[in-house]
Unconditional design. Structure first.
Length: 430
């Protein structure tokens, strides 16, 4: 396998995200380590999607274990396979099921973040629609048919799906606007597709449709978008939703169960293959999955479908099921990760201070002495500290990495002897 090319824009975005302690959206593949088996399983699933199958995966990992990072790597791999990708995080104002606009808000965020290989940063909804139009026009030229006839023939396939007629009407309206240069009609069509209309009367006046995308229509609309993506020449739609722990935190048990029931519906649909070219990748914590009182296991139908394979024990893994568990990184994997981070930091920047090979094991020992197993359980903190070390060495040419590590140890020793709060001490650990 060839080494991915690191572009300057990717390098800068990657370093900036890691320094801030947030998961990078760009360049994640350049520092991926220790998930070879899990990534291979996901790539097999993506290949199935590209051939028209549907996929459901729940990625489970502790806070800071690299769950979101892993999902971002999967997103990049999906775009390389000509899949359209949408991603969003759940929060109190975004849910899978709701009656107060929270589900529609989730859909709007997914559509805002819609991405393709040529537009990986999001905002690709209009690009997908226009690719559908240009693909239809090209087909019309090859067959000698009228473009509008080809477009209507393709859109007719959507009418069989829930809300498909209105979806097709909106795409047809965009086609008319595309042909006539009517930017207002274009904008209204995109607004409808993003779920931004809140009143049916406004949608009827602007586009001639009777329905809008509301809380109850979100999943059906995602199935429509997956089918439409394939009609536009893409291989399907991968929907990535992280921070499912926000459902676990819902105080109202009925609201939790309604959301879990929606997950069950999605799981059943995708496992049965009734949503062609649609993949749903969810991210959550072990508590979200296994808590018998508030987690997914509290919903019996989900517990039976998401339960571990009883034969997968110890070193024996089964990565083909709906749940993909991410364990903590081992020491060797972690040192490989830091080497990759260092290579990215120094890429194209010859003036950056070079760390000798023995510096990374010494830094790891420093971390293990300070925070123990948390070094591996929550790599975000350790990576941020490592980049902080590189930044100080870069900006202070006379500094030595050995001295910096020793001084940090002295500062921690002083802090232990002095009165302090737990938070103050944790700030000094790295």
């Amino acid at each position: 396998m060839s080494t991915p090319i690191l572009r300057p824009r990717e390098r800068d975005a990657l370093i900036q995200s890691l320094r801030a302690g947030v998961t990078p959206l760009l360049g994640a593949k350049h520092i991926q380590v220790g998930r070879d088996a899990e990534m291979a399983a996901m790539e097999t699933s993506l290949d199935r999607m590209a051939s028209g199958d549907s996929v459901f995966k729940l990625v489970v990992g502790e806070y800071g274990a690299g769950k979101t990072f892993f999902m971002n790597v999967v997103r990049g791999s999906a775009m390389e396979r000509q899949l359209v990708v949408a991603h969003a995080d759940l929060n109190p104002s975004r849910r899978l099921h709701a009656t107060g606009g929270e589900a529609r808000s989730l859909y709007a965020e997914l559509m805002k973040n819609l991405a393709t290989r040529v537009k990986p940063d999001g905002g690709a909804l209009a690009t997908v629609v226009e690719k559908f139009i240009t693909t239809a026009v090209a087909q019309a030229r090859q067959t000698g048919a009228k473009p509008e006839d080809v477009i209507h023939e393709k859109l007719a396939r959507l009418s069989e799906l829930v809300m498909g007629y209105d979806f097709a009407t909106v795409i047809a309206a965009y086609w008319r606007a595309y042909e006539t240069g009517n930017d207002t009609l274009k904008d209204n069509a995109i607004r409808w597709l993003r779920g931004e209309f809140t009143a049916k009367t406004d949608a009827r006046k602007a586009l001639g449709v009777r329905e809008i995308i509301d809380d109850a229509a979100v999943y059906d609309q995602l199935k429509l978008m997956a089918t439409f993506s394939r009609l536009a020449g893409y291989q399907g739609l991968l929907v990535c939703i992280d921070e499912l722990v926000n459902l676990y935190k819902l105080a109202n048990s009925q609201a939790r169960n309604n959301n879990y029931e929606q997950i069950l519906r999605i799981l059943n649909d995708l496992e049965q293959g009734t949503a062609q070219g649609l993949g749903v990748l969810l991210g959550g914590t072990p508590e979200l999955l296994m808590d018998p009182r508030r987690g997914l296991y509290s919903y019996p139908a989900l517990q039976s479908r998401l339960a571990d394979n009883p034969f997968a024990r110890g070193d024996w893994m089964d990565l083909t099921g709906p749940v993909l568990r991410l364990g903590t990184l081992g020491r060797e994997h972690f040192m490989a990760l830091l080497r990759k981070v260092q290579a990215v930091y120094q890429h194209g920047q010859p003036e950056h201070t070079h760390l000798p090979p023995e510096a990374i094991p010494a830094f790891m020992q420093h971390c293990e002495q300070r925070i123990g197993e948390a070094t591996f359980r929550t790599p975000r903190t350790t990576i941020t500290a490592f980049l902080g070390l590189l930044a100080v060495l870069e900006q202070n040419p006379g500094a030595a990495w050995q001295t910096l590590l020793q001084q940090t140890q002295v500062d921690i020793a002083k802090a232990v002897d002095a009165p302090h709060s737990g938070d103050e001490l944790s700030d000094l650990i790295l």
